[in-house]
Design a protein around this ligand. Structure first.
Ligand code: PEP
Ligand code: MG
Length: 598
């Protein structure tokens, strides 16, 4: 039997559903890991060949970077493509090349090892530099090193830049930056071995409407380039080499899913109000300005979380005040008269920017993150606040601080806001006067002192992604322990209930901008209505579904569900109780409970 007649066996994998939708396509396996390099002393007569290999690898890397530059320019705009300018400059650097060749010749080192030595020496020099800008270039150098070494070792694994036709991206892990750089024209879906449903790569896939499944153990090893794959981002199933029968079943499920999506979109202009008249503000989360069209077309009223860090992460240098002012103004104008909650920089955790001092932290999610970072880099904080207050004249801006754990942080941030406003007035800038300022409630400490925090600010927005992570002590990106990451856990419902009570007793409004509705879908949404939140914000693609659920129930019945949940002991008991209610009282909402065809 000839090789291509060998029929590949169908295999079904179960992962974590990360972004809804069903996709069919060929695997495009990418490798973003750094490869190990070993010393290899070469013979005299091998030197010439080794130098040639170095030259080829540099040329190949330059080609890849140019394609990536072009792709990024097409999908994200020229400004974002600039992030690669310094990579391209580095690869063309004659000095680096000469030094490597010198090492190959004098010490008879293999090209990969010699190149590593040269780059590592440069990196050490950069690490010792005082100049912040130059220090920030270290991340770019590491990236160039990884690419050149991969080419030198002849690893024919693909880089995302090489994706020039529609395919399903398969990777061990993806960073938020990889995902935000996806070209929607080509990426049909993605599957990763690692990650959780609230890791930022997953959140972005949701925002972009790209189906995704994460935490599929060793999938990137099992899937080979060009294998056929089905990705079911609703249930978390991934089928490798599906049989015609499985393809037919999923085609049916895809048609059903698309019909449901179309039908839900007809609710676009209807309010999010329960059958007994309780109105909930329904807004959307965005990472980059390109998502605004989706926010509007999916019927969200404003933006409940603008993750501004992506503007900072998708470029090689820090954006200045004018650039930020233009960016925020544009978002505010397009969304006006609806509000935009602009969250100040939430760098850290799994969100890394190349311009941040890249010293490795043992516990990045509990480290230099959110408001902790901005309070220690007041230059960056002030610049961002100046840009927001100035932009606020163009729409309904609100400001929100992330990762608050103590009152002092809020007081310090509020003082800086007052100073920034005064400075701007002195400098005769027009500014937004009545900008509401709020905080995210995403640490258990913030919940415990929510009554105190409520006295300092105008509103709360619960960040359930982090709240679940910190309350249950479960890394949101770790697929091994993802079974513990459950927003339906009684501890989470109690924390949310306490936050809502503290906010209302102190006369401020409270929303939720975490992915709880994406994660726990209809079950989570029912509890969030019943707990008395004033606002929900989620990925634009989920807005129609949430609206339909809100419009199908009474506030009273959801309050009763919360009351029942609060006396249960486990997440499974809460889920069973909610499922029984759905089956008995609202069977039409069972369509929103994910179930797959195989
Ligand atoms: C959250 O933690 O719930 C949140 C909305 O913030 P992020 O996902 O950006 O950490
Ligand atoms: Mg958070």
């Amino acid at each position: 039997m000839s090789k291509d007649k060998v029929k590949k066996r169908e295999m079904v994998f179960n992962g974590i559903p990360a972004a809804p939708g069903i996709a069919f396509g060929e695997a495009f396996v990418v490798n973003v890991e750094e490869l190990p390099v070993f010393t290899d002393i070469i013979e005299e007569d091998e030197i010439e060949g080794e130098v040639g290999r170095l030259q080829d690898a540099l040329t190949q890397t330059e080609k890849e970077l140019s394609v990536l530059h072009e792709t990024l320019g097409e999908s994200m705009g020229e400004e974002h493509a600039k992030i690669l300018d310094s990579h391209l400059m580095m690869i063309a650097d004659e000095f680096m090349k000469k030094e490597t060749i010198q090492l190959i010749k004098s010490e008879k080192l293999n090209a990969a090892f010699a190149f590593s030595r040269v780059i590592d020496k440069t990196l050490r020099t950069f690490d010792q530099m005082e100049d912040q800008y130059l220090k920030e270039r270290a991340g770019d150098i590491r990236d160039v090193k990884r690419r050149v070494i991969r080419n030198l070792l002849g690893q024919k694994v693909e880089g995302l830049a090489n994706l020039r036709k529609q395919a399903i991206v398969v990777a061990k892990n993806l960073t938020p930056c990889d995902t935000v750089g996806f070209n929607k024209k080509y990426v049909l879906a993605f599957v990763s071995d690692m990650g959780g449903s609230t890791s930022h790569a997953a959140i972005i896939a949701r925002s972009m409407g790209i189906p995704a499944v994460v935490g599929v153990n060793e999938f990137s090893v099992k899937a080979k380039p060009y294998d056929q794959i089905i990705v079911d981002g609703i249930t978390g199933q991934v089928v490798l080499n599906p049989t015609p029968k499985t393809v037919a079943l999923y085609r049916e499920a895809q048609v059903k899913f698309q019909e449901m999506e179309r039908e839900l979109l007809t609710l676009k202009d209807y309010p999010a109000v329960t059958l007994d008249g309780r109105k909930i503000e329904l807004s959307a989360n965005i990472e980059i300005d390109e998502e605004i069209d989706d926010v509007i077309s999916h019927g969200a009223k404003g933006i409940g979380l603008f993750r501004t860090e992506y503007f900072f992460m998708t470029r090689g240098t820090l954006p200045g005040e004018e650039e930020q002012y233009r960016y925020y103004s544009n978002v505010l104008k397009r969304v006006a008269p609806d509000p935009v909650i602009i969250r100040t920089l939430d760098i850290g955790g799994d969100k890394i920017a190349s311009w941040v001092d890249d010293s490795v932290e043992t516990n990045p999610f509990m480290g230099w993150r959110g408001i902790r970072f901005t309070l220690s880099r007041k230059d960056i904080f002030r610049t961002q606040l100046r840009a927001i207050f100035r932009a606020a004249v163009h729409g309904e801006a609100r400001i929100m601080f992330p990762m608050v754990s103590v009152v002092d942080e809020v007081r310090q941030a509020m003082t800086i806001c007052r100073e920034v406003k005064q400075d701007l007035k002195k400098e005769r800038y027009q500014i937004g006067e009545n900008v509401e300022i709020g905080i995210m409630i995403e640490t258990p400490s913030a919940v415990a002192i929510a009554d105190l925090l409520a006295k300092e600010v105008d509103f709360f927005s619960i960040g359930s992604n982090d709240l679940v992570q910190y309350a249950l002590a479960v890394d949101r990106g770790n697929s091994r322990i993802s079974y513990l990451y459950n927003p339906l856990h009684p501890s989470i419902i109690r924390l949310i209930r306490d936050t809502v009570q503290a906010a209302h007793q102190n006369g401020i409004w409270v929303g939720l901008c975490g992915e709880m509705v994406a994660d726990a879908r209809v079950r989570g949404t029912l509890l969030l209505i019943g707990v008395g939140l004033d606002e929900f914000s989620a990925s634009a693609y989920l807005i129609p579904e949430i609206k339909q659920i809100i419009r199908s129930v009474t506030y009273d019945e959801t309050r009763l569900l919360v009351k029942n949940a609060l006396v249960l002991s486990t997440a499974t008991e809460v889920q069973d109780m909610l499922d029984e209610y759905l089956r008995d009282k609202r069977p039409e909402l069972m369509d929103f409970v994910p179930k797959g065809p195989v």
